[in-house]
Design a protein around this ligand. Sequence first.
Ligand code: PMP
Ligand code: GLN
Length: 383
Amino acid sequence: MKPAIVSRLPDVGTTIFTVMTQKAEQYGALNLAQGFPDFPLPQGLAEALARHVEAGHNQYAPMAGLPRLRECVAVDLERHFGCRVDPLTEVTVVPGATEAIFCAIMASVGPGDEVILFDPSYDSYEPSVRLAGARAVRIALSQPDFTIDWQRVQEAIGPRTRLVVINSPHNPSGSVLSRADLDRLGELAERHGFLVLSDEVYAHLVYDGTRHHSVLAHPVLAPRSFAVFSFGKTYHATGWKTGYCVAPPELSTELRRVHQFVTFTGVTPIQHALADFMQSDPAHVDALGAFYQARRDLFCAALAGSRWRLRPSAGTYFQLLDYAEISDADDIAMAEELVSRHGIAAIPVSVFHETPPARGLLRFCFAKQEHTLLRAAEVLCAI
Ligand code: PMP
Ligand code: GLN
């Protein structure tokens, strides 16, 4: 008799990022769907990796990450966001923010617990909540600016609310939470006693003078939050799958209890290379906002006069486009047509929602070389 597999996630298909990248390859399309840069690593980072592989740094790193990299992280957090953290007890290096999100959720919720998510929300959150045995309570962000309606949050909080997941700068909309938003969340967290998971992977990608507010710099939120970051976004190295989670010692201890049995540790020479680069080239991060803002502006300016309507993007490397003047198709059909007929891959935003929104939107990644963006805009303008 064959053993039966009872799926833990029977309704979950392949992630949209894989689906759209496969379609981009199938149709030979420009891939503005999955979020990754099409330009090289910053100068010096690849050599640093080669150097450490060559030097024999190829065995297990400590479970919580290389101490020297965790120190660099602490310096970066203080310098850019005014957060003071202890690298030893509060910083854990992980193989990608996705792993940290999973571990933080597994470490903090269980059967019967409720976790508040905001729609559209990154696609790994809800499956992680369900694998932990908890239930996701999804609240739609207010349109058209993708802001949080705190009255609705207050109404959704119940006795089983254990965790609230926020994401700023926000994927896919590019909206950014204000200090006042964090204050409201802090008031609710204090009153109702829940934890916070703050996905800040795009922390360094903010534009037009917008500031990123980290929960780690907030006096009420810092003691009750996991904050998750990704080196992949900051160092143009999504394929290196390396990030970190910062949380107070009690929460970091719980996170590490899970992390040590999910992956144990991250890739050693990558951690060395990142530490070298962070020490030798701190200016890379300082220039990142202007670097990506120029790409966003190039893409948006090239769409002027087209039938695509731009939504504001204050952070991340994503731009939402509204195609209501072009078609009344749903966004999945629109994305399919765009990739198969016009050779541009984009992400349909409805996949990040529990209930698809009334208005179809497509997400375009502008972490691309100028000629890629200009070529994509030329095609989009002709539609
Ligand atoms: N959270 C958000 C909001 C993201 O966009 C991503 C992007 N990839 C991740 C988490 C995961 O990051 P990583 O590739 O480091 O796992
Ligand atoms: N975070 C990236 C995006 O939003 C993709 C990550 C992935 O492919 N898993 O496009």
